[in-house]
Design a protein around this ligand. Structure first.
Ligand code: FES
Length: 184
C-alpha cells in the first residue's frame, strides 16, 4: 500500500525515503524568485534615476531680460536675451526676443514674439500704434488683442516677474493656428 503523499515511505531496511529532490528543487526556485524580486526592487530606483530626464517635459528657466525702469510706460519694447532649455538630456541655448509692455499702473505684460496665425515674427509699428505681422497681415493692439487679419487668438503671454528691479521672463513656445494657447 502506497504511503501518504506527505509522509515518508518506509524502506525495506526500516529507513525512510523523503522526496528530497523535489523539495530541493522547490526551495531552489523559491530562492531564485526571491532573489529576482530583490533585484528588480533594487533596480527600479536606479533605472528611474537614469531614465527620468528622458521623460521630463522641457524645463525652462527664468531669464533676466532687463531693468524695469528701462521700459517706457504704455509702449512695447523688444527685449533680446539668451535662454536655455533642457529637453531630456539635451540642453540648448538660443537667442530669443520678447515684447514687454509696461502698463500705466506699472504692471508688465510680456508677449511671445510669434504671431498666433502661422508663427511669423511680428513687430510694433509706432505710426499705426499696433503690432503688425508681415506674413498675412494680422495685427494686434498694445494689449495683444487681435485687431485684424487671420490671427485666431490674441498674442501669447509669457510668465514674467519682477525681482530687484529686474524683469524675469520664462520663454515658452506655443502652437500656431489654434483659437487657444497650447504650449509646446
Ligand atoms: S503668420 Fe502672422 S498673419 Fe500669418
Amino acid at each position: 500500500m502506497a504511503g501518504h503523499p506527505e509522509q515518508p515511505d518506509q524502506q525495506p531496511g526500516g529507513g525512510f525515503s523523503t522526496p528530497v529532490g523535489s523539495r530541493r528543487t522547490f526551495f531552489h526556485w523559491v530562492t531564485l524568485a526571491a532573489a529576482g524580486l530583490v533585484g528588480v526592487g533594487l533596480s527600479i530606483p536606479l533605472l528611474s534615476t537614469l531614465m527620468s530626464p528622458a521623460f521630463q517635459r522641457r524645463q525652462r528657466a527664468w531669464v533676466d531680460v532687463g531693468a524695469v525702469d528701462d521700459l517706457p510706460a504704455g509702449h512695447p519694447k523688444q527685449l533680446d536675451h539668451v535662454t536655455t532649455v533642457r529637453d531630456g538630456w539635451l540642453e540648448t541655448t538660443s537667442h530669443k526676443a520678447v515684447w514687454a509692455v509696461k502698463q500705466p499702473q506699472g504692471d508688465i505684460r510680456v508677449f511671445s514674439p510669434i504671431c498666433t496665425h502661422l508663427g511669423c515674427g511680428y513687430r510694433w509699428d509706432d505710426s499705426e500704434n499696433k503690432f503688425l505681422c508681415p506674413c498675412h497681415g494680422s495685427s494686434y493692439d498694445v494689449n495683444g488683442q487681435v485687431l485684424g487679419g487671420p490671427a485666431p487668438r490674441p498674442l501669447d503671454t509669457l510668465p514674467s516677474k519682477v525681482e530687484g528691479g529686474r524683469l524675469l521672463v520664462m520663454y515658452k513656445d506655443f502652437k500656431s493656428g489654434l483659437p487657444t494657447s497650447v504650449e509646446l
